[in-house]
Design a protein around this ligand. Structure first.
Ligand code: ATP
Ligand code: MG
Length: 428
C-alpha cells in the first residue's frame, strides 16, 4: 500500500470540521479588521527565499525542498509565507496603490524538511498577516492583537504573548558587535552551526535550540540594552497600545526569532503545554522594515505574523475545546422511493435558502432513516410521502422536543425562519 510521505498528514473526519471552523473563524476576524485575502504560489524561485528568509537561517540552510523543473529552473516549495507575499507586493506594485497601508492575510501549506514530531511536520499549515506601508507602532500592536483575539475567541487559556525589540538597523549593529565580543571566549563551546552563525549572523546564535541551555548563554547581552532612542520609543509605544487594547504581554529579551529579516518588534505567542515540548510556539511575527527593499522593492516597512495550525489544534485538543458544531438543520425523509423527486426538489429548495440539509442517499426504510438521524446532530426532520404531496404540505418534527407540525409547502421557509433553524452561522 502506498503511504503518505513522512512528516505529512491527512485532514479527514472531525479534524476536517475543526480545520474548516478555524479557517472560517480567522477569515471572519480578518473581515472585521478589513484585511484583504492574498494567495501566492506554493513554489517560488529559490533565490527569493535565500534573499528573503536569509542564507544563515535554519530554514534556508537545512529545511527547504529545492528542485529543478523540466525547464531547469531552480524552485523551492515555500517554507514560509512572508517572502512570497513581499514578492507579490513588489511585482504587483501595491506600493503605488492610493489606499495605504496594504493589509493582507493568507493561509496555506508550508514545507520544511524537519524531523517530524509533535507539532512539527514537513508539510504544515500556516495562517498569517502582512501589513505594508509607512506604519507606526500602532500597527505592530494591531498585528499582535489578531492572533490574540483569535485564540481568545477559541477559548484558549494557557497562552502568553512574549514581546521583544531588536531595534532599528543602528541598534542591531551595536548589538551584533556586543554579541561578537561576548561569545568570542566561548567559541569552542558553541555547536558547529553556531560557529558559522558567529561569522555570518551572530544574532541567530540566540535562537539555537542546541546551545540555548548552556550556562554562558544566560548572561549573553540582551537586545533591549542596545536600543537607541527611536527604537526604545517605538517599543514603548507598542506596549502602550497593547495596554490600551487590554492585551497582556511579557517583555522577553530572549525572543530573537528564526528569520533574518526582523527589525524592531518581534513577538511570539507561547502555549504552556508539556506535550508540545520544544514546539510550544504557536505563532511568531514582527516588524521587517528592510525586507521589501532587500527584495528589490521601494523602501517600504512591513509588519506581520504567522501562526501554525497543527500546534493550535494540539492545544485545542489538550484543553478539550469543542469546535465542531456539526449540526444538520433538516433531515428530509422520503417515505417512499416514489417520492424521491419531490424530496430532491425540497432538498434543493432548502439548501438554496441557506439551510444545512441531509437526506437519505441509500434508500433506507423508515427505521434505517431514524437510526441515521440519531447518528447526526439533526434539529428538524421533514417527512415527504404520497399523502403530504397530494395535500401540498410537509410534515416537520422537532427532533429534540418531538413536537410535530404540518406546514404548507409555500409557508415552509417562513416557518423555519421563525424557528431560527439556521442560526449556526452567527456563531462564527
Ligand atoms: P520553531 O522555533 O518551533 O521551529 P519557527 O521559528 O521555525 O518555529 P516560524 O517560522 O516563526 O516558526 O513559523 C510560525 C509558526 O508556524 C510557528 O510558531 C509554528 O506554530 C508553526 N511552525 C513552524 N514550523 C512548523 C513545522 N515544521 N510544523 C508545524 N508547525 C510549524
Ligand atoms: Mg523552525
Amino acid at each position: 500500500m502506498i503511504q503518505k510521505p513522512k512528516g505529512t498528514y491527512d485532514v479527514t473526519g472531525k479534524l476536517g470540521l475543526e480545520v474548516r471552523y478555524l479557517e472560517k473563524l480567522f477569515a471572519s476576524i480578518m473581515e472585521k479588521y478589513n484585511y484583504k485575502y492574498i494567495r501566492t504560489p506554493v513554489f517560488e524561485a529559490s533565490t527569493l527565499f535565500h534573499r528573503g528568509v536569509g542564507e544563515t537561517s535554519d530554514i534556508v540552510k537545512k529545511e527547504t525542498y529545492d528542485f529543478k523543473d523540466k525547464g531547469n529552473r531552480d524552485l523551492t516549495l515555500r517554507p514560509e509565507g512572508t517572502a512570497g507575499v513581499v514578492r507579490s507586493f513588489i511585482e504587483n506594485k501595491m506600493y503605488a496603490d492610493s489606499n495605504q497601508p496594504i493589509k493582507t492575510w493568507y493561509m496555506g501549506s508550508m514545507y520544511r524538511y524537519e524531523r517530524p514530531q509533535a507539532g512539527r511536520y514537513r508539510e504544515f499549515y500556516q495562517i498569517g498577516v502582512e501589513v505594508f506601508g509607512d506604519t507606526d507602532a500602532y500597527t505592530d500592536a494591531e498585528v499582535i492583537s489578531i492572533p490574540v483575539n483569535f485564540y481568545k475567541m477559541l477559548g484558549l487559556k494557557n497562552v502568553k504573548v512574549m514581546i521583544n525589540s531588536l531595534g532599528d538597523q543602528e541598534s542591531k549593529e551595536k548589538y551584533r558587535q556586543a554579541l561578537l565580543d561576548y561569545f568570542k571566549p566561548y567559541l569552542d563551546e558553541l555547536c558547529d552551526d553556531c560557529k558559522e552563525r558567529y561569522q555570518k549572523n551572530p544574532l541567530r546564535i540566540l535562537d539555537c535550540k542546541v546551545d540555548k541551555d548552556k550556562e554562558f548563554f544566560k548572561n549573553a547581552p540582551k537586545t533591549i540594552d542596545y536600543l537607541n532612542e527611536p527604537s526604545k520609543n517605538h517599543l514603548n509605544d507598542v506596549l502602550k497600545y497593547l495596554k490600551a487594547m487590554d492585551i497582556e504581554y511579557v517583555v522577553n529579551p530572549n525572543i530573537v526569532r528564526g528569520l533574518d529579516y526582523y527589525t524592531q518588534t518581534v513577538f511570539e505567542v507561547e502555549a504552556f503545554m508539556p506535550s508540545l515540548g520544544n514546539q510550544n510556539v504557536l505563532c511568531g511575527g514582527g516588524r521587517y522594515d528592510n525586507l521589501v527593499k532587500n527584495l528589490g522593492g521601494p523602501d517600504t516597512k512591513g509588519v506581520g505574523f504567522a501562526l501554525g495550525m497543527e500546534r493550535l489544534l494540539e492545544v485545542i485538543h489538550n484543553e478539550n475545546i469543542e469546535l465542531d458544531k456539526e449540526e444538520v438543520d433538516i433531515y428530509v425523509v422520503p417515505m417512499d422511493i416514489s417520492c424521491k423527486d419531490k424530496v430532491a426538489s425540497l432538498v434543493q429548495y432548502l439548501r438554496l435558502n441557506g439551510f444545512v440539509v441531509e437526506t437519505d442517499y441509500i434508500n433506507r426504510n423508515l427505521k434505517g432513516n431514524f437510526k441515521q438521524i440519531d447518528r447526526l446532530n439533526v434539529k428538524y426532520i421533514a417527512f415527504v410521502g404520497e399523502e403530504e404531496i397530494s395535500k401540498n404540505i410537509i410534515k416537520i418534527k422537532n427532533n429534540h422536543t418531538k413536537e410535530e407540525y404540518q406546514i404548507k409547502f409555500e409557508k415552509l421557509i417562513d416557518f423555519l425562519d421563525d424557528l431560527e433553524v439556521d442560526d449556526h452561522e452567527e456563531n462564527i
